[in-house]
Design a binder for this molecule. Structure first.
Ligand code: CDP
Ligand code: CDP
Length: 218
């Protein structure tokens, strides 16, 4: 497995990781890991089972016994299609809160490694390059201004039929940035050797082109 290449794409919320990672994977014919979806699935599972946010053991159990599978762009929890449900802001906020727990992060470690299959993997999240795949040959850290990211998230939510307003979104985004960057376990930061890419004034396709260019130059 040591020779199966991994492209690690990390960055703050709504920086475009998911969009860029998926397009890069598609272009190279690689597998794709949306690690944030695993935290969202854990959050949804905990919400559904009424696990209290203070019950660290219960939350870790939710992560450990995550019965999920990914199939053709759809995400299933047990046998329910939750592709849409896990994108709700409430689920994202809960995911961000439980992601500070080292026990939850440890419980999801092996599952994340299992996505590394031939011919290669593009993995997106917060700690793909720092913790999960520290030996990835290509690591990218995507950023964009708070304004650009709030605008992107707003458009995504409205397009999916979820309610949204810019003020709440900007506030949520700043809170989520602070939680991601300040937690003790796997804080959000560029991995050693990561290429930084500020996409505030770039289209997703321009960002994809840059990442593919870096990969081709390895
Ligand atoms: O939509 P957003 O970028 O906020 O989140 P996501 O990538 O779907 O992930 C949901 C939450 O899980 C994030 O707010 C992060 O706090 C957390 N997460 C993490 O801690 N580590 C990862 N590798 C991926 C996500
Ligand atoms: O995964 P992450 O939370 O970082 O972001 P995402 O879910 O990929 O959302 C980013 C949104 O911004 C998508 O709707 C993209 O089409 C759009 N976008 C982008 O990803 N990159 C740009 N350079 C410009 C826009």
């Amino acid at each position: 497995a040591a020779t199966i290449p991994v492209i690690a794409i990390d960055g703050p919320t709504a920086s475009g990781k998911g969009t860029v990672a998926q397009k890069v994977a598609q272009h190279l014919g690689f597998h794709y890991l949306d690690s944030g979806a695993l935290y969202r699935l854990t959050a949804l599972s905990a919400i559904r089972r009424s696990v209290a946010m203070t019950d660290e053991h219960g939350l870790a159990k939710s992560a450990e016994h995550l019965h999920c599978h990914f199939d053709g762009g759809h995400i299933f929890l047990a046998n329910e299609d939750v592709t849409q449900a896990i994108r709700a802001e409430e689920v994202g906020n809960t995911a961000s809160k439980i992601a500070v727990l080292a026990t939850v992060r440890h419980a999801l470690y092996g599952l994340q490694l299992s996505f590394r299959k031939a011919p290669g993997l593009v993995a997106d999240g917060r700690d793909m390059g720092t913790v999960i795949f520290p030996h990835a040959p290509l690591k990218v850290f995507l950023t964009a201004s708070v304004e650009a990211r709030a605008q992107r998230r707003y458009k995504q939510l409205i397009d999916k039929g979820f309610p949204a307003n810019m003020e709440d979104l900007s506030k949520d985004l700043r809170e989520r940035d602070a939680r991601d960057m300040n937690r003790a376990s796997a804080p959000l930061k560029p991995a050693e050797g990561a290429y930084l890419l500020d996409t505030s004034d770039m289209t997703a396709d321009e960002a994809v082109k840059q990442v593919l260019g870096w990969y081709a130059a390895l």
